[in-house]
Design a protein around this ligand. Sequence first.
Ligand code: ATP
Length: 610
Amino acid sequence: MRFADLAEALERIEATTKRLEMRAILVSLLRPLRGSELSTVVYLAQGMLRPEYEGVELGVAESLARRAISDATHRPVEAIARHAKESGDLGTTTEEMLRGVRRLAPPAELSVEEVYGRLLALARTTGEGSQEAKVRELAALLERTGPREGKFLVRFVVGMLRVGVREMGILDALAVAFADGSKEARLRIEAAFNLTSDLGEVAERMADGGVAALDGIRLRVGRPIRPMLAERAADLAELLERMDGVCALEYKYDGLRVQAHVPPDGPPRLFSRRLEEIGAQFPDLLEAIPRALARRPAILEGECVPIDPTTGAIRPFQEIGRRRGRKHELDRYQSEVPVVLFVFDLLLDGEEETYRRPFPERREALGSVLRPSERIRLAEETIVRSVEEASEYFEAVVGEGAEGIVAKSLAPGSAYRAGARGFWWIKYKRDYQTELADSIDGVIVGGFHGRGRRAGRFGAYLLAVYDPSSGRFPSFCKVGSGLDDALLAELPKRLEAAAVDARPAAVETGLVPDQWFRPQVVLEVRGAELSRSPNHRAGYGSVGPELGLALRFPRCTGRIREDKGPTEATSVAELLRLFELQTSVRSKSVGHHAVGAPKSPPAPSEDPPA
Ligand code: ATP
């Protein structure tokens, strides 16, 4: 396929907001393709080179890209920078600049494969002189592209295309291109993606044998599985009802979710909740996990928490953060902040894909394969059959300092559902009794200048949730409280690369912050309750005419969710669910004067001044 054809399709997709039209363009783009050409186009359409978990980034800064554009178009770097500031998009600027270039002969056409191969090589160029090499290579590519291709090429390399075609769009298109387009096919494709975390592989298989070919997918050690997620319940009675009267209750450890892939020999690989490889931070776990296993290969899941080296008590989650990115100090942290992995699931046990089995069988297999040690333990669990038993366990673990519990279904259908948030797992947290049932992980999309003590920096941030069906980020609060000095200093550093001059197209809000940010950094907040607001856009239209949901009295918990990317932030559906839970708890408490009503805050202020 010519690269020009891909660029043309991407441009048409960009120009439409209609889901069906977008799908039709993608279907005609993908349908004729097979093998690696197909997976290549699937990755590129999403602005990626490899499945996300491989972490292959092009890593070309805008400043370098400007130099490459300058070399290829013979225009001064300053003119390019000026134009880009006005257009707000270096891709558009490239297109304009390339339009003005006169060539003696039309450039030889680039194929998708050639562009892909060269971009991959570019991404893998590291070390001394690599920046110069990247500028040269990008300029060489631009010299051979027309304006439209140049626009997309530059967007690829500076990482702007992430907002291009989303996973959901590709899944929709695959269901039509290589299956009957039915809802059932769509669900099977999504399940296959959740298991492989690789849309390229899913597409290639489907092109060969339709949805049936997806049944042949096997777990592969080293390829992370999208984690199963938990729903919420209003109270323990609802929780038990959803579980048909009996379930396992587990301690909800507040740490970092870890998926450990243990090959037949050699060290394991550890993946975070967002499928990033995190083994380097935990050399102690890399050593301890294989020793705690009676058999391998294996894929396990657990929560990694810091513990006090003298008392063995669980320490606050934040202490793990100290291990991040400080390779040379890891030894010291290993003794100062040792961690324990509390294992709660087994997805692969030797040759057997245990993830397909109901939870009680997985748990039993886990018991037989795991030889608990100082560092690797089994998550604590009990089986309950009544609200009284559940309440007793909940009070006991919360009394010990747990964040809450995770209930797990024992039903025959309780297989591990990769990537799904459902009622097979229900989380129920301590703070539910005093305020909103759960914390919310919001993406920072704007900053407000501070006043007084916070003058000269951002004093508050605008947060958004994620809507997977539209790919948009509607706002739900402006948070200033709970940001301590350390966080006020840290956040601007993390946000530097995300700062943009205008509201990113995917962000929806009625507020205008002093600085816009591309959705990138995820912050955990709590609040008193959710209310309807004309300023915010989360759940817009679902809670009243021209109203969205706003979090009242938001405060930051002090935690940056490094384990979550923007698309793993709390979703609009989850926010609506929290709103519904809050209403049901409140109506019950009005009737029975029971505990559980969110405290009514005194003043109707949802957006405190910065
Ligand atoms: P939260 O912010 O509440 O931890 P989350 O969005 O990261 O939630 P959820 O699936 O909603 O993820 O909640 C379950 C999370 O709880 C898991 O992702 C996992 O990290 C953590 N956890 C702690 N203990 C357990 C356990 N025993 N079983 C399953 N998950 C557990």
